[in-house]
Design a protein around this ligand. Structure first.
Ligand SMILES: Cc1cc2nc3c(=O)[nH]c(=O)nc-3n(C[C@H](O)[C@H](O)[C@H](O)COP(=O)(O)OP(=O)(O)OC[C@H]3O[C@@H](n4cnc5c(N)ncnc54)[C@H](O)[C@@H]3O)c2cc1C
Length: 404
């Protein structure tokens, strides 16, 4: 399918696909069913990406990146998503990619030197620590309990978080905490850079979860027990944590959509190849109408998802927040990707759930997409609130009354 991507983006994406086919997918084959991938394997892939001029397409050149615009990196992220190892190989993997973006937007020169540079180089890892256990902030971030109080020239953080992706391996954690308990949370929370080796940072456990066999990345429960950090570790403005998080999450939601669209596209490629070769009931599966309809619907829905992502990305690229287009694209893409991958599993029969093919890992991994960065229901809440705000009370009667 042709999109209105620029010439530069197309050329970059084509080279990314070639890199995936020639370098990344062979390593994926080695680790399927026996993961996780080793640090050495990831570093080898990153070195190969650097040699091909593909490393960190989203980052400015001064950080070793390729300086693509947000819109131009879109098809490149899609191409990277074709393998579970593609995003790590190109250094466009979550959560580091979104955290680097946050540091780039709000970090001071010192913070960029200390954390963005080594993150960009792939020398350190990071986590974004916002979601909290049962009594704290989850879908409703206003319930956030973690607090940071100022003592002299230090901040002291107390709180309990979970589902911090890569939290157990991270060298630095970006922590959302209340800094003004009297204010509405949206006006009284801030972000902090917390080195993970600071006294009081307690990684309680990597929460057992479905998916992630290939990357081996943790989703950690973490306690912050009187964690003292210098005042210079405030990231961005005081009490501006939510507005900063929003600026991080909008683009990050779309980059999830891009990577997962690539995953669904690859699943379809595998399924189409399988049904073209496999025969049953006197002919190739690909000639059965039920199979053809499944493929047609998957192609159609995936095209719709990719078009929605491009529409939202265009708005963000021209400086807008694109809140509603992002929510719509995120919900639609997450559900589409999950359905397409599930259909592809079915099309491949038993091989669909076998780990000779990548589909089973895709299936396990894709389920989280309907939850991360805002669950479906929370985005639908936002979309519906906007849609219903358009109803004008004075017009209701003329719209709803017919005849008597
Ligand atoms: C794999 C994975 C990685 C993650 N990584 C991170 C991370 O790095 N950092 C981080 O901070 N968080 C992370 N999260 C947490 C994620 O952001 C939350 O799971 C998400 O925001 C939902 O919060 P919750 O899990 O507390 O769900 P809850 O708030 O407990 O909600 C439970 C269910 O109720 C639904 N619900 C809530 N409100 C309504 C409503 N008004 N109407 C109808 N339904 C509603 C929700 O949509 C959800 O389906 C991760 C989660 C997963 C699964």
């Amino acid at each position: 399918m042709e999109y209105d991507d620029t010439e530069r983006a197309r050329e970059f994406a084509a080279r990314t696909r070639e890199f995936l086919d020639e370098e990344v997918i062979p390593v994926e084959r080695e680790v399927l069913g026996s993961g996780p991938v080793s640090e050495g394997q990831v570093e080898g892939l990153r070195e190969a990406a650097r040699e091909r001029g593909l490393y960190a397409p989203h980052l400015p050149e001064k950080y070793g990146g390729q300086g693509l615009s947000y819109r131009d990196m879109l098809p490149v992220f899609e191409a990277a998503g074709r393998s579970l190892l593609g995003p790590a190989a190109l250094r466009v993997d979550a959560p580091d990619e979104g955290n680097m973006h946050t540091l780039e937007l709000f970090g001071t020169d010192e913070q960029k030197e200390e954390w963005l540079k080594p993150l960009a180089a792939g020398e350190v890892r990071s986590g974004f620590s916002m979601t909290e256990p049962i009594q704290g902030g989850g879908s409703d971030p206003k319930m956030l309990k973690t607090e940071a109080r100022k003592e002299g020239d230090e901040w002291v953080i107390d709180g309990h978080k979970w589902w911090t992706t890569q939290g157990a391996e991270a060298d630095v954690l970006i922590v959302m905490a209340r800094t003004d308990p009297e204010a509405h949370p949206y006006a009284g929370c801030s972000l902090f850079l917390v080195p993970s080796d600071t006294d009081g940072v307690e990684v309680v456990r990597n929460i057992p979860h479905v998916g992630g066999e290939v990357s081996g990345m943790s989703h950690a429960e973490i306690r912050y027990n009187g964690v003292r950090i210098p005042e210079g570790n405030l990231l961005g403005g005081l009490n501006e944590g939510f507005s900063h998080a929003q600026q991080r999450l909008g683009p990050a939601r779309l980059t999830h959509c891009m990577r997962y669209s690539g995953m669904a596209e690859r699943a379809l490629d595998v399924a189409k190849a399988y049904v073209s070769e496999r025969e049953a009931f006197d002919g190739p599966l690909a000639e059965k109408q039920a199979i053809r309809f499944t493929i047609a619907e998957a192609e159609t829905n995936l095209h719709a998802a990719r078009t929605m992502v491009r529409h939202a990305a265009r708005e963000i690229d021209s400086g807008g927040e694109a809140r509603i287009p992002v929510s719509m694209a995120k919900v639609f893409a997450a559900n589409t990707v999950q359905e397409v991958i599930d259909d592809c599993l079915q099309l491949c029969g038993a091989n669909g759930i076998g780990k000779d093919l990548p589909l089973a890992d895709f299936y396990e991994n894709a389920r989280q997409f309907r939850l991360v960065d805002g669950a479906d229901e929370v985005h639908k809440r936002v979309i519906a609130r906007e849609a219903l705000s358009e109803v004008r009370p004075e017009e209701i009667e003329s719209i709803t009354r017919y005849g008597g």
